[in-house]
Design a protein around this ligand. Structure first.
Ligand code: ZN
Length: 503
């Protein structure tokens, strides 16, 4: 009987996965090639598919199968594929059955519409246009959280969706401790001359930038037989199956760093997904385990690898060959300083490694204030400016580079959208440190333009498992310790201390 129950469950989960993957294709198309006229129908189509997926997944028969499979699950080792599948499916089933299908459809339709309006409002610097959509997003986010009564803080259920096990009372002290460590480092920089990054701001033709980016991520290990890259407004990674994990990018011809580092970032997300064991495909286990662990991998490849001296000692001559006019007179040292310039800035995605987390903390605090009702959406643009002034000492010339800059609130929830970025930064250093402890040859291999030691270690310890283990379990298993800010602070002090002679 057990085999029959398990096969029945797997068939149902595969169908849910097919509906969700079809939805992901529609969403990818919406963000890449769809003409604006397609927006209304696309929103409806995506809402229909998510409703069908939700109905199928929350069918009471799935609950019965999970109950019938409990003795089988308990007879297996915790980390076996079958036990993990049943355990993780049960967790998601219990969560999903709390949310009515009509609400899921309403939320998805609203988010698709809101995203479309944002793609027009941001270039037009028109916050007023998206304001009513954002107000509705806030209402819907509160409603979503309230399907999970018994929380300590209204943001907790939303944070838990992205980073299971995390909540406001855990994130707040962690961020406070990090801030206390970061602020003196940031202040030490403000007393020094800012690095000159003029070499990155020359004219770099789009097609050559794209070519170079592709060469780099191919070397890192992004598999083009199971992926491709297209252009979009706001770069992202998406997956239709383990055989089709796509990334997107955008190019600015007067900023070499923008496309290059965001390409490495998205390739990092994609390599995590491509590294999942193929046997898990089509199940709830075939995806990264949390937004923090996912982000730790994008940041590893973007920053710990992509902004390191080891990496560029190999790739800089290649970059010079691709852009001889722009870079022939620029030394490796000048370039290395330029890509690691530390300065308070307006845009989170362009921020350096030292100030980046201050951007995240601002957004995290706003999500809390909005959900608590302490801050109204109409006051958000001004509150944004005030907070950037006090935390980073900068003021955006307009909302385009202020409150309109990130897609998250315009295409998702308010709540739980940003803490994963900082958790990811912390984890990237902790995981990289563990990898180098086990494989001391990682750095010397990087200087030869090879990344197999690092990639294989990450695949072995993190990628292959998909969602079999929670974030906390993966971190403990891979590094031997729970999440800690120590390795990240050590990494920043070592790298930037050498660059800027910090004490
Ligand atoms: Zn990311």
């Amino acid at each position: 009987m057990t085999i029959y129950y398990l096969e029945d469950l797997e068939t149902r989960l595969q169908e849910v996965n097919d509906l969700n993957s079809a939805n992901a294709v529609l969403s990818w198309d919406q963000s890449t090639y769809m003409p604006p006229g397609g927006a209304a129908a696309r929103g409806r189509q995506m809402a229909t598919l998510s409703r069908l997926a939700h109905e199928k997944f929350t069918d009471p028969e799935v609950g019965r199968l999970l109950d019938q499979l409990r003795p089988y699950e308990e007879s297996l080792p915790y980390d076996s594929d079958d036990a993990s599948l049943i355990r993780v499916t049960r967790r998601e089933y219990e969560r999903s059955t709390k949310i009515p299908a009509e609400f899921v459809a309403q939320l998805n339709e609203h988010q698709a519409e809101s995203y479309q309006v944002w793609t027009e409002a941001r270039p037009a610097n028109d916050f007023k246009r998206v304001q009513p959509y954002l107000e509705k997003t806030l209402d819907l986010s509160r409603q979503l959280a309230n399907y999970f009564p018994g929380y300590e803080h209204i943001a907790d259920p939303l944070i838990d969706f992205a980073d299971e096990g995390m909540k406001v009372s855990k994130v707040r002290p962690l961020f406070a401790e990090l801030r206390a460590q970061l602020v003196p480092i940031v202040q030490a920089f403000t007393s020094q001359p800012v690095a000159d990054d003029a070499c990155l701001k020359q004219f770099y033709p789009e097609s050559q930038q794209l070519d170079f980016g592709l060469e780099v991520i191919k070397a890192l290990g992004y598999d083009f037989n199971r992926g491709r890259q297209d252009k979009t407004h706001h770069p992202f990674m998406t997956k239709f199956s383990l055989g089709d994990v796509r990334i997107t990018t955008r190019v600015q011809e007067r900023d070499l760093g923008d496309a290059l580092f965001s390409t490495m970032h998205e390739a990092g997300h994609a390599m995590y997904e491509q590294g999942i064991r193929l046997e898990l495909d089509g199940t709830p286990l075939a995806g990264g385990t949390s937004s923090g662990v996912h982000e730790s991998q994008s940041r590893t490849w973007e920053n710990l690898v992509g902004r390191s001296r080891d990496f560029w000692s190999f790739f800089y001559p290649k970059l010079q060959a691709a852009f001889p006019e722009q870079l022939k007179a620029v030394s490796l040292d000048t370039f290395y300083r330029a890509i690691n310039k530390v300065a308070p800035s307006l845009i989170r995605t362009d921020a350096d490694e030292v100030t980046y987390n201050l951007h995240v903390m601002i957004r995290f605090d706003f999500e809390i204030d909005l959900l608590e009702g302490k801050l109204a959406i109409s006051d958000l643009p001004e509150a944004w400016q005030a907070r950037y002034q006090s935390d980073l000492g900068v003021r955006a010339p307009d909302d385009r580079d202020g409150v309109l800059q990130d897609v998250h609130w315009y295409a998702g929830n308010i709540g739980g959208s940003f803490q994963g970025y900082t958790l990811g930064n912390l984890l990237s250093a902790q995981i990289f440190e563990a990898a180098k402890r086990d494989q001391p040859g990682i750095s010397s291999e990087m200087r030869e333009g090879r990344f197999a030691l690092l990639r294989d270690w990450l695949t072995q310890n993190i990628y292959q498992h998909g969602s079999k283990f929670t974030a906390n379990e993966v971190i403990e298993r891979a590094t031997g310790n729970p999440l800690s800010i120590g390795p990240y602070i050590h990494y920043l002090r070592t790298k930037y201390g050498e660059l800027y002679k910090l004490v």
